[in-house]
Ligand binder design. Structure first.
Ligand SMILES: O=C(O)[C@H]1O[C@H](OP(=O)(O)OP(=O)(O)OC[C@H]2O[C@@H](n3ccc(=O)[nH]c3=O)[C@H](O)[C@@H]2O)[C@H](O)[C@@H](O)[C@@H]1O
Length: 421
């Protein structure tokens, strides 16, 4: 058994101050009967913090609860009541505003993580507030927060868009993906499972689940393994986990495989966004080429088209059948590709941006050993067309023009570097 001095947890805890006394045998016994001033102080702080957070989360008169109730107010007949996770994010903010504008009740939740800086997320929050959508600043890993939200509002639907995004960052920090894309998904599903009545659950999977895939166009019925990134693995895991909740607990599940979504208020970590920044700053860009000098291609989807797909998914989701964790019959389980069926290569994307900005950029072409096939996204969207009435209408030229207009408005011209973005 380790001695007290050898125990690392004790040495790093506040009590080590006491245990480093000249009388190590007597002190613990003394502590048991008469807690030291330090111990009392620490417990008082813990109690205070707990009470404060309890009052903020649960007190019916608290401003958070008033804001949640007001934001959840439905203003149209048969309107939905939707919890949007990741509401300060790119897709979440657009979906939340679209729902609110047609009269649905919408409550947002977002942890404002620092992955690409907070400032853009905070501005999106301001925009949502102007549109009557309140965003709770909190983490969906926090089951107490979720309970408070579900106790306050009877959600008919959950639109789960909170995630750790980015394909490359997963190499650096895989744990962030497991926490955000797997653990918090389970916490949220547990909450939905226990709700009376259970909401229908629509969530963001990803086109990246197709992974090392040799067949194009990608169809929902295709095998999707093996995934080629940790990001893709966590999204694929999410599909399996949601399927289990559907089968065991009667939750209505719709998973949306988003491809490369772009547009105003977009994500600064994505290629099109950083290309515009570099073009305006006169800095070179890197264009990655796959094996055999193949130019990678992506299905770029304009944000308005994706929003229509999300809203249609909510409207057609069908009901969950369970209540309080018990299943009462089978519920829908659906997966849809939300692409646009027309891949564009990265150099073609850059050419459109140069044309829009009337500027040329220096290109560093880097050959990678990536397989040409898995760099080429080409998607069959006929299922979404049939079931959701999904029909993307914005071509890449038009969409990028809108993005560039927004970018110049948001950042001003000449571009001022925002170190927080
Ligand atoms: O399909 C998806 O599921 C994913 O789409 C995007 O991922 P990705 O398509 O890799 O988006 P970008 O990072 O914008 O890259 C687009 C293309 O540009 C290329 N690229 C990226 C950055 C760069 O500097 N140069 C460059 O050539 C990439 O290799 C890729 O072929 C999103 O970032 C993911 O969150 C999303 O889930």
């Amino acid at each position: 058994m380790p001695t007290l001095e050898e125990e690392p947890l004790l040495l790093s805890s506040p009590s080590c101050i006491i245990l480093r006394s000249s009388n190590p045998i007597m002190i613990p016994a003394f502590r048991r009967r008469f807690p030291s001033a330090t111990t009392v102080f620490i417990w008082a702080l813990v109690l205070l913090a707990f009470t404060a957070s309890y009052i903020t989360l649960v007190d019916p008169g608290s401003s958070v609860e008033k804001n949640v109730r007001s934001s959840a107010h439905v203003t149209r007949a048969n309107g939905l009541s939707v919890l949007v996770t990741g509401a300060a994010g790119f897709i979440g903010s657009h979906v939340a505003i679209a729902l609110k504008n047609r009269g649905d009740g919408v409550v947002g939740v977002d942890n404002f993580d620092n992955y690409y800086g907070r400032s853009l997320k905070e501005t999106r929050r301001d925009l949502l507030e102007l549109n009557g959508v309140y965003i709770v600043d909190g983490d969906i890993n926090d089951s107490r927060l979720l309970s408070m939200l579900f106790d306050t509002v009877e959600f008919t639907h959950v639109m789960h868009l909170a995630a750790q995004v980015g394909v490359q960052y997963a190499v650096e920090n895989p744990y962030a993906y497991v926490r955000s894309n797997v653990a918090s998904l389970v916490t949220l599903l547990e909450q939905c499972k226990s709700a009376h009545p259970q909401p229908a659950f629509v969530w963001a999977s990803s086109g990246s689940v197709y992974g090392v895939h040799n067949k194009v166009p990608y169809s929902e019925t295709d095998r999707v393994d093996p995934p080629d990134t940790i990001y893709a693995s966590t999204k694929r895991t999410g599909e399996e986990i949601t399927h289990t909740y559907n089968r065991l607990h009667g939750l209505s599940i719709t998973g949306l495989r988003f491809f490369t979504v772009y547009g105003p208020w977009g994500r600064p970590d994505m290629a099109y966004f950083s290309f515009v920044r570099n073009i305006l700053q006169g800095e070179p860009i890197t264009i990655y080429r796959a094996k055999n000098r193949v130019d990678p291609a992506r299905e770029f989807i304009y944000i308005d088209d994706i929003v229509k797909g999300c809203v249609a998914s909510l409207d057609t989701s069908g009901k969950s059948t369970g209540s309080g964790g018990l299943k009462n019959g089978s519920a829908p389980y659906r997966i849809f590709n939300l692409g646009n069926g027309s891949p564009v290569t990265v150099p073609a994307l850059v050419a459109i941006l140069e044309e829009n900005l009337k500027m040329r950029v220096e290109k560093d072409v880097v050959d990678t050993c990536g397989d040409g096939d898995d760099s080429f996204a080409y998607v069959n969207i006929s299922l979404a067309e049939r079931e959701l009435g999904y029909k993307p209408t914005t071509d890449l030229q038009t969409g990028l023009r809108e993005f560039v207009k927004w970018y110049l408005w948001y950042y001003g011209k000449p571009l001022v570097e925002d170190s927080n973005v």
